[in-house]
Design a protein around this ligand. Structure first.
Ligand code: SAH
Ligand code: SF4
Ligand code: F3S
Length: 449
């Protein structure tokens, strides 16, 4: 392996995350860990001594992007940073990555990144630095405590892995079995985040609502109990969670949407398809009807809830009529926003070997039709907020002087001009206009923090 031009003892680093929110969270934890080791974030990513590509394996395109990025890391003068491939591609492909891309120094899976400092040392000595173990003891205990956060919002992974084995999906293989973190570890991390300035926490898990554990009195709890406990942290103003699975939408969680004011009225609940034959072939273990019944019950508890979903078009064997059922469920569910994808065959998953893979042109056409419908509903949802008065949590500065951007309870970006306000403030605004991707607001009155 040619490692001659890579730094042996990196002092600066850059983390690039490609995947889901849990992947972003992992990237943040890696960065915080390297920070406690005395390394600093490179002012300019292209000048970093160590580049960590925190990868995603969910669709083929995501994987291709990683390899093209690796190629681009070698600079014009022939030097390059030390390169680590972390995340789900690392888990899925292991040392194969180094055969395909010889400049990769470190390969570290999503359950092993607490060992990154050691792997950096090994790579510096020119030793093998591949770690895709899924150790029994969770990495979380080995990571340093959360540090002060730059933003008022934070992710907090409460469970990992997936036992559902949808036939198209790599996650059960890259992330392993469902494992819930302990009640106390989660509460402690939340408190540390809030002490560090965070006002909104998004609880994360591949199936976040499958979280289960015992509280400090030994009582069995689900994610709803956990959310209610977190809501008792005074300076924590908002709680969100993602991604939830329809089969884990418990009565308790649905009820919490009705009476826990800190639980935001937003639910990301993927259904993937509106056709029962396809749902069965996907091994989703819910039907279109049972899904619609769940969202109906959530809406009874919280009528203003904003829904979001994920869809796959062109699953093997999907007929035109079956795709029409997906358009139908979108009409029925009325999402505020959605993610939709063309089916991507993933090595090792059952669906990749199924007959009747759908041609790319058919998938393109279906995706365009689905997205047109979803976009129309998104515009309608945003327009319906015009005239409302609502809290927003200010998250970042806007493009123009004095502009700040916050999020509504329904996860919409709201732009306000308010030079006197600071990031992290909660303010009440009147929504005055809506575009497809953001709203404009005016301050109603300053809310007591
Ligand atoms: N655990 C979540 C989803 C995690 S993956 C759930 O079950 O809802 C995020 C999304 O990626 C999925 O909801 C699905 O829509 C999409 N996805 C997963 N595998 C895919 C594949 N092979 N091709 C296309 N999209 C895929
Ligand atoms: Fe993948 Fe299905 Fe698990 Fe979601 S529930 S992570 S789509 S296997
Ligand atoms: Fe991608 Fe792994 Fe997340 S495959 S979607 S980064 S769990």
């Amino acid at each position: 392996m040619n490692r001659n031009d890579a730094p042996k003892t990196p002092a600066t680093f850059h983390v690039k995350s490609f995947g889901c929110q849990m992947n972003v969270y992992d990237g943040e934890r890696m960065a915080e860990m390297l920070g406690t080791q005395g390394m600093t974030v490179a002012a300019d990513g292209s000048e970093a001594d160590l580049v960590i590509l925190n990868t995603c394996h969910i669709r083929e395109k995501a994987v291709d992007k990683v390899y093209s990025d690796i190629g681009r890391l070698t600079r014009e003068d022939g030097t390059r940073p030390m390169i680590a491939v972390a995340g789900c591609v690392a888990q899925a492909e292991g040392s194969e990555i180094q055969r395909r891309a010889r400049s990769v120094d470190i390969v570290v899976g999503p359950q092993a990144y607490h060992r990154l400092p050691d792997l950096i040392d090994k790579a510096g000595r020119g030793e093998d630095a591949v770690d895709t173990d899924m150790p029994l003891a969770s990495k979380f205990g080995a990571l340093p405590a959360r540090t002060k956060q730059a933003r008022p919002t934070a992710f907090l992974t409460i469970m990992e892995g997936c036992d559902k084995f949808c036939t198209y999906c790599v996650v059960p293989y890259t992330r392993g079995a469902e494992i819930s973190r302990s009640w106390s570890a989660i509460i402690d991390e939340a408190k540390a985040l809030v002490d560090g300035g965070v006002r909104e926490i998004t609880l994360l898990g591949q199936n976040v609502n499958a979280w289960t554990g015992e509280d400090d009195k030994g009582r069995k709890q689900g994610m709803d109990g956990l959310a209610r406990e977190l809501a008792r942290i005074p300076d924590l103003k908002r709680i969100r969670y993602t991604t939830s699975h329809p089969n884990d939408m418990s009565d308790g969680l649905i009820a919490a949407h009705g009476d826990e004011p800190k639980l935001m009225p937003f639910l990301h609940l993927p259904v993937q398809s509106g056709n029962n034959r396809i749902l069965k072939a996907m091994n989703r273990s819910h039907s279109a009807e049972s899904y619609l019944r769940i969202i109906e019950r959530v809406r009874e508890m919280r009528p203003d809830i904003a829904l979001s979903g994920d869809f796959i078009v062109g699953f093997p064997g999907e007929t035109d009529a079956e795709f029409e059922d997906t358009l139908k469920i979108v009409e029925q569910a009325r999402y505020a926003q959605c993610y939709s994808f063309k089916y991507s065959p993933r090595p090792g998953t059952p669906a990749a070997d199924m007959d009747h893979q759908i041609p790319a042109a058919v998938m393109d056409d279906r995706l365009a039709r689905l997205q047109a419908l979803i976009n129309r509903h998104q515009v309608e949802f945003n327009s319906a907020t015009v005239g409302r008065t609502t809290d927003i949590l200010l998250e970042r500065k806007g493009r123009y002087p004095g502009q700040v951007i916050g999020k509504s309870p329904w996860l919409q970006s709201v732009v306000v001009t308010a030079p006197e306000l600071s990031i992290g403030d909660m303010v009440e605004v009147d929504i005055i206009s809506a575009g497809p991707n953001s709203l404009a607001g005016e301050i109603s009155r300053r809310k007591a923090a």
